[in-house]
Design a protein around this ligand. Structure first.
Ligand code: NAG
Ligand code: NAG
Ligand code: NAG
Ligand code: NAG
Ligand code: NAG
Length: 669
């Protein structure tokens, strides 16, 4: 019989991978925590003595060998930096840190993560250059770095990422040329380089990426010949707002001249017939068996399920309502229309109003010297007409006593107009608006034309150059917004803030009608709200829901939009596909609507995993708001939950449309 000496036992114990790696990873996680969350506000569940694989560390998921596989901390309000220590998590396959306020540079040490397949750092405040070493991360399938302040050039080393499927670098400050090596990416489907400062020509090689379906280079300073082969992408290719692109097969571009041929990128031979097949020579990665797969990363179904549950826990954790500390963005971009040096006679109105211009007397205050004269838009059939003076007196010169709320980009004041009607005046700093003044005015005018009993009516708007603000005048809703009716504890407000069952049902019906109206294209263009949440649903005196801010997000500057998205992600209203597609659709509104319905029924802002399970199993006692004291209709609750669950399906195609929702709601039970 083998006799084991204590020393041998101790050695075996210590070398046993789970124990050793586990200990190492906890200390790495503590380092990561200190860097991501320097004030220890959001990652308090990560503790030195805890077990990261038990599900108790928020956002951490382990594989079956108890090594950290995913870190999912999107929309968590993190204000620190991406730590070099991250390279200590050798089995990390997904790093999801998007929609936070992270600053600093992307550490080049990250490149030692050979297992990493998804890197999401989008919508943060990262600076510096993209480390070229990322080009060595052979497992990468998704690189999402959009909406940061990254500068420098796009590393040509990215061309060796054979598995890369998505490369999204839009809304940064990247300069230089588009590396021709990106054409070597045989798996690349989505390449978004829009809103950067890229120059030079589009490499012909790009068209060699055979799987490419989406290629966006809008708003750069590119010039010269656009490869004809890109035509195959159809609407998947966006190239507006560049310096001087040319190409015969693209209708909106000027034809190329001989000069364009001489201007071509010297590295790029000009081939007049780019359809000739160029031999594709994709460097095959050496037969590297990644460290983790070799030793202990194969998937066993049982433990994969644990992983999935952990992932669900993570997603649910992301649903947790976090009070967001608004971070003030210092806006540097000075927009043309607001600059003080502008000639005083500059004026613009609605270009498109085709003869109706007398009905729309909308103009920016043309003279800085008399800021009180403020042009105003009113509907043509309205007898009301306002100016800045009236708005000032309605709000008592924007007195604090009338302040209803303040957000990062606006302040809302209660006001009473001369005709004694109550209004809410939303003051939006002009620096928060999109730069294009014509689009902005046109957009607001469209919003004033929306009329539905479940939309907060935008009566009109007025922009004063003198004050540097726009004022959006809405009907006033006296009962606050729906978020004030959540998480009501027994206490002083319990009576005023618990909605009875019939009110909840009629509020849900009203919201559904309002969203369906927005989505419909009868008598108006179809619109997407983009930012549905409990806070955006106001309640009037008769407890009708009024959806506010419909379509407004589209008119605001990018950084305002990004910060709204961070909040929406943290509150759980963001549809999962938005993160990969970056596009709002009707289905993303439907998702947010579903979340709202679940919140109204449960009375809780935080839809925990347990709460969702209770909804799916129709365990009404566990799911329906206890403040109702059981006074609700089970059949109605069953129907509403069924609808809501179909709206929050992970797969957008499986979700109902708002039309379906309305139909389902009217089915009597
Ligand atoms: C990029 O930005 C950093 C500051 O964030 C600056 O120090 C650096 O010089 C910039 N690099 C380039 C190439 O512009
Ligand atoms: C995009 O380019 C157009 C035209 O040059 C410009 O008007 C617009 O402001 C740009 N948008 C952004 C966000 O830079
Ligand atoms: C390339 O274009 C030429 C002339 O336009 C045409 O004859 C040829 O069939 C095309 N080749 C391919 C592979 O499409
Ligand atoms: C990590 O995240 C990916 C993508 O969401 C998922 O497919 C995978 O199962 C996750 N792994 C674990 C161990 O949770
Ligand atoms: C982004 O970083 C810059 C400099 O690092 C800082 O001045 C700015 O306030 C930050 N903005 C946000 C939204 O965190």
């Amino acid at each position: 019989m083998l006799r084991l000496s204590p020393l041998f036992l101790a050695l075996t114990f210590c070398l046993y991978p789970i124990v050793c790696y586990g200990n190492v990873e906890v200390s790495v996680l503590m380092e990561i925590k200190a860097s991501l969350d320097p004030e220890n506000k959001h990652l308090t569940s990560w503790t030195e003595t805890g077990d990261p694989c038990s599900g108790s560390f928020v956002g951490v998921a382990c594989n079956q060998y108890l090594k950290v596989a995913n870190i999912s901390l999107q929309g968590k309000g993190l204000t620190g930096k991406v730590p070099p220590a991250i390279s200590g998590l050798k089995c990390l396959s997904g790093l999801y840190l998007h929609y936070n306020f992270l600053t600093g540079e992307i550490p080049r040490e990250i490149s030692s993560l050979n297992e990493l397949s998804e890197l999401y750092l989008n919508v943060n405040n990262l600076t510096g250059e993209i480390p070229q070493e990322i080009g060595n991360m052979i497992s990468l399938q998704v690189i999402e770095l959009c909406c940061n302040k990254l500068n420098g050039t796009i590393p040509s080393e990215f061309g060796s990422l054979n598995k890369l499927n998505v490369l999204a670098l839009q809304h940064n400050r990247l300069t230089g040329q588009i590396p021709r090596t990106l054409g070597d990416l045989a798996m690349l489907e989505r390449l978004d380089l829009s809103f950067n400062r890229l120059f030079g020509t589009i490499p012909i090689n790009i068209a060699r990426a055979t799987k490419l379906e989406f290629f966006d280079i809008q708003n750069n300073t590119l010039s010269g010949y656009v490869p004809t082969a890109l035509k195959r992408l159809n609407s998947g290719f966006s190239y507006n707002n560049n310096n001087d692109l040319c190409g015969s097969t693209f209708s909106s571009l000027r034809p190329c001249t001989d000069l364009d041929a001489t201007m071509i990128n010297p590295l790029e031979p000009f081939t007049p017939t780019p359809n000739t097949t160029i031999p594709i020579n994709i460097p095959q990665s050496a037969n590297i068996m990644p460290h983790c797969q070799r030793t202990h990363c194969s998937n066993s179904p049982n433990l994969r399920r644990v992983g999935i549950i952990a992932a669900i826990v993570t997603v649910i954790a992301a649903l947790t309502v976090t009070a967001f500390v608004a971070v003030i963005i210092h806006r540097r971009r000075k927009q043309r229309i607001w600059s003080k040096s502008e000639t005083p006679d500059h004026k613009f109105g609605i270009q498109e109003s085709s003869g109706k211009s007398s009905d729309y007397s909308c103009a920016w205050d043309p003279t800085q010297t008399s800021p009180k004269k403020c042009g105003f838009c009113v509907e043509s059939n309205s007898l009301q007409s306002f100016n800045l003076e009236e708005i000032e007196s309605a709000t008592r010169y924007f007195s604090d006593a009338n302040l209803l709320g303040r957000s990062k980009f606006s302040a809302v004041y209660k006001g009473v107009l001369r005709d004694r009607s109550a209004v809410a005046v939303k003051c939006v700093s002009v620096t928060s608006c999109k730069a294009d003044e014509a689009e902005f005015t046109k957009g607001l005018t469209l919003l004033t034309s929306l009329k539905h009993e479940n939309l907060a009516r935008l009566r009109g708007f007025c922009c004063s150059k003198g004050r540097g603000e726009c004022f959006l005048v809405y009907d006033f809703a006296s009962k606050g917004n729906l978020s004030e009716y959540l998480d009501v504890e027994d206490g002083r407000n319990a009576h005023t803030h618990v909605l009875d069952w019939s009110k909840r049902v009629s509020i849900i019906n009203g919201i559904a009608k309002g969203v369906a109206y927005l989505h419909s294209d009868t008598d108006k263009p179809a619109m997407i709200h983009r930012n549905i949440s409990m806070e955006k649903i106001l309640i009037d005196q008769q407890y009708n829901p009024l959806i506010t801010d419909a379509g407004l997000l589209k008119l605001l500057a990018d950084d305002i939009v990004f910060s709204a998205l961070k909040v929406s992600a943290a509150l759980g209203y963001m549809a999962p596909e938005y993160i990969t597609t970056g596009k709002f659709t009707e289905k993303s509104d439907v998702y947010a609507f579903g979340v709202v319905v679940l919140q109204i029924l449960s009375g809780k802002s935080n839809l925990t995993l347990l709460l969702r399970a209770a909804a799916i199993d129709r365990r009404f006692d566990d799911f329906i708001d206890k403040n109702l004291e059981g006074k609700f209709s089970e059949s109605e609750a069953d129907k509403l939950i069924r609808i809501a669950v179909m709206c929050v399906d992970e797969v957008p195609e499986n979700r109902l449309t708002m039309e379906d929702v309305i139909r389902e709601l009217t089915v009597s039970v």
